[in-house]
Write a protein that binds this ligand. Structure first.
Ligand code: IPE
Ligand code: IPE
Ligand code: MG
Length: 246
């Protein structure tokens, strides 16, 4: 699908992507899993570009989950060094495209060099005003929700909040996505139909789009296809179709 076919006035503000299938892509091409991850960087570049071009304001990419720490040590190490390389290599490109980079997740659990390069890239792109690119790293939805609960309990203990002040907005303001609208569209590649602990709170009313395409093969045209699909849906938020149309 091409960009011109999309309704310009109905672009999702926030698209979240579970980038899955690097390992299977590599296997299909007779290579090791790490090679699949390396090839995944081209897909990221294309999708970041496409998101910016289509007017998406926030793009959240699930790059490494809390559970991914349990993969073989070699793969984890390779993913971490790939992350450092990709971040360093792409920062100029992000600045050229006016992309602001942010990161969510248990960043303190990342190796020191990843933390350093990440914060340098976040700093370097901080005044950009285009697409917000949010990398979810060492992230899981349950981890994030528990972190929010801990912060709120702490405030309650100090007498800073009372029970009747705890509502959805207040709770959401303690999540790592504070200030970011919930994703209207969640994409998962590689033909898997699950959430794998991604943005559990934020996807309460997201539209899901599943595609068999393996992440290294995904390009901006596929993103436009997903947005086109989103645009053909009726979002009812519990109401009736009649209510929505009137
Ligand atoms: C997604 O691809 C990348 C990460 C989870 C880091 P996978 O590595 O999960 O690829 P498959 O699912 O094994 O094919
Ligand atoms: C989800 O993919 C995590 C990321 C894409 C970073 P996984 O490949 O880790 O998910 P499962 O384990 O198959 O559910
Ligand atoms: Mg996978």
């Amino acid at each position: 699908m091409i960009l011109d076919e999309l309704k310009k006035n109905y672009i999702p503000r926030h698209v979240a992507v579970i980038m899955d299938g690097n390992g299977r892509w590599a296997e299909l091409h007779g290579n090791d899993r790490i090679f699949g991850h390396t090839q995944g960087v081209d897909a990221v570049r294309s999708v970041v570009e496409g998101a910016g071009e289509s007017g998406v304001e926030y793009l959240t990419l699930y790059a490494f989950s809390t559970e991914n720490w349990d993969r073989p040590k070699d793969e984890v190490n390779a993913l971490m060094s790939l992350l450092v390389h990709a971040i360093v290599q792409e920062t100029d490109n992000l600045n050229e495209k006016n992309v602001k980079m942010l990161a969510i997740g248990n960043l303190a659990s990342l190796p020191p060099d990843v933390q350093l390069k990440l914060s340098e890239a976040v700093q370097s792109t901080s005044s950009n005003t285009g697409l917000n690119l949010i990398l979810a790293l060492s992230y899981s939805g349950r981890w994030e929700i528990l972190e929010a609960v801990k912060k709120i309990v702490c405030k309650a203990k100090n007498g800073e909040v009372s029970e009747n002040q705890i509502n959805e907005n207040m709770f959401a303001s303690h999540l790592s996505t504070v200030g970011i609208p919930d994703p209207e569209l969640l994409i998962r590649t590689s033909g898997e139909y699950r959430i794998s602990n991604f943005l559990l709170w934020q996807i309460a009313y997201s539209e899901f789009y599943f595609t068999p395409i393996l992440w290294p093969d995904f390009r901006k045209e596929n993103l436009f296809e997903a947005i086109g699909d989103f645009q053909r849906r009726e979002r009812r938020f519990g109401k009736t179709s009649e209510q929505i149309r009137s």
